[in-house]
Design a protein around this ligand. Sequence first.
Ligand code: NDP
Ligand code: MG
Ligand code: MG
Length: 340
Amino acid sequence: MSKVLYEKDIQKGVLQNKKVAVVGYGSQGHAHALNLRESGYDVVVGLRTGKSQRKAEEDGFDVVSVSEAVQEADVVMILLPDEHQTAVYHESIKPNLQPGNAIAFAHGFNVHFNQIVPPSDVDVFLVAPKGPGHLVRRTYEEGAGVPALYGVYQDVTGNAKQLALAYAQGIGAARAGVLETSFQEETETDLFGEQAVLCGGLTSLVKAGFETLTEAGYQPEVAYFECLHEVKLIVDLMYEGGLENVRYSISDTAQWGDFVSGPRVINDETKERMKEILAEVQSGEFAKGWILENQANRPQFNAINARESKHPIEQVGKELRELMPFVKQPLQTKQTKQKD
Ligand code: NDP
Ligand code: MG
Ligand code: MG
């Protein structure tokens, strides 16, 4: 089994007298900056003028332009949306790097697919939390953390690995466990996971179940509870104790249904599709499509997004959640998560 590292395994000294620039203050950026500061590190936030800049200032950070932040810092963590990183890197980050600095990422996409080719005189590492930024922050505040992968792409100082580990510790990840990876492995598994299982697979499964029930004439409210709301309750059990814990908690009738019907929904054919998706991630075909989609100002992304937001599961969900005050408001809605 790969070695998972925890707080006791990590030397903090290597990051102690260094300044960290957190570039971007969105989902990951705000969590990294706040957690690092509370872990005792010296943090400057690099941003353009705008919404995030005001938020970072309200949170008490020294907020400067991306160029200035890079000039001031020893370690530059790039937490911009993946599709904007290349432009900002060439314009504001690369020209301000000093030999011996480190640049860091929370996802290997741009380095792995050669959109960003780092200069040969800086350390390059990644610390990729395996969870949304808002949980990286919330769990840190609760004294816990979200696990993370770390990896070194380039080590010129001899310290890159220790820096990555100290950084992971600083954002709270070592409380949950830190595991070594490569940029290639992190990028390919992250893209595959979000497409086939966590995001694409799950939303498609939920929608297909909801549609099957409503098309058969059942009430949308009942279908919503059955196919969407309860997912969280089941996933919580899975998170706490694996598949066994789910099967322990559900009725034997549900467990029998799980055994005989689950493999009819997700079967060898589904796995073949998953293999195709993985192959497209590995070959760079997915990356190329996403890069070109952005260059074309996202015509397909926007069309699909508009269509999805009108799905009946979204309409009925909105009404039902208003009646369940204990269901928290989304951490950040699409409207407030500025994409441009
Ligand atoms: P967000 O979209 O949440 O945040 C983007 C931030 O970048 C905002 O503060 C935005 O500021 C700023 N920004 C955007 N464009 C520019 C620009 N041109 N110049 C300066 N600042 C800009 O990003 P995420 O946190 O989701 O993603 C960051 C990285 O973390 C990505 O590499 C992603 O793959 C990775 N990651 C994300 C996870 C997540 O939970 N979301 C999970 C694990 C990894 P403004 O308000 O001005 O637009
Ligand atoms: Mg991910
Ligand atoms: Mg991802």
